[in-house]
Design a protein around this ligand. Sequence first.
Ligand code: FAD
Length: 317
Amino acid sequence: TKVTEYIRRAEGKALFSIEIIPPLKGQNINELFESIEPLMEFKPPFVDVTYHREELIDRVGPNGLVERIPIRKRPGTVGICARLMERFHVDAVPHVICGGFTKDETEDVLIDLNYLGIDNVLVLRGDPEKSAGIFKAKLGGHTYASELVEQVSNMNKGILLRAETETYPTDFCIGVAGYPEKHFDAVSFDTDYQHLRRKVELGANYIVTQMFFDNQKYFSFVERCRAEGITVPIIPGLKPLATRRQLTVLAQIFHLEFPQDLVKEVEKHDSDKDVRQIGIEWGTQQCRELLEYGVPVLHFYTMGKSDNVAQIARAVF
Ligand code: FAD
């Protein structure tokens, strides 16, 4: 079932959904599944699974010299999606990224997803390689998420890059990312909105936002999108603050500004146990206000821990 169809059927009642991250290479999947099991009580119709590019890692080779080798630290997105659907009877929404893939490799991944019965994909550019700092497309790959949206839209029309036989159209519902605090690469908010609109014009059916801790940022984002003629559902992405360190780490990684009230509250406390509680209270307030505003879904970035998300969901649904 398509995410947009779930939203339509809910008739204005907000849904609950989550995003999970594949375990580090070599680790067991059961721990991840056990961590999200308690969240099934809130009946997420869909669960997102992130995709991770290969990173260049320095390793000492057999000859004693340092070699740079590509390693995908968190493989398994497609397999996890298959298991999620089987175990929890939810729709799995794999993320598909431009970074590290040629268009042909992407086409093959999309064919796998189609055969698995997956109806939704979240289409992203992907982050730059940590060693490079700026995003570079693989030779024969896409530079922007919009190009990958176009590729999926073409598959939905039965147009493949290369095909030896008659092709049948897929029917993927396409999600894309939006940034209430502007994407860090964008020269201005104006161009960022233009690029977002382009993704929708090329076939995106819904938007999921980067995490934010100040609802005003989301409200302004939605307002501006609507003014730009973007009419698709805009799903807020949420992450309860869990440690004091996240005030710096999340701000750096995701280019966010924390509201002063939240920072002040956290600074009054030394223990992360207290900070976790503050994160739950802040998240609960955020969600209550978002529900009042009429958001279609409350979408949580679980990042491997779910007790705080469960507490918020219990308080607001
Ligand atoms: P794009 O939409 O391509 O935009 C990237 C930048 O390019 C923006 O600044 C945009 O304004 C600009 N731009 C777009 N088109 C043009 C153009 N034609 N000319 C000039 N500039 C242009 N990363 C992962 O690696 N794996 C994941 O699973 C993953 N999941 C995510 C889920 C969500 C909900 C979000 C919000 C992000 C996720 N990310 C993930 C991170 C994402 O890949 C990065 O934020 C990435 O830097 C941008 O991706 P995008 O799809 O928004 O890119």
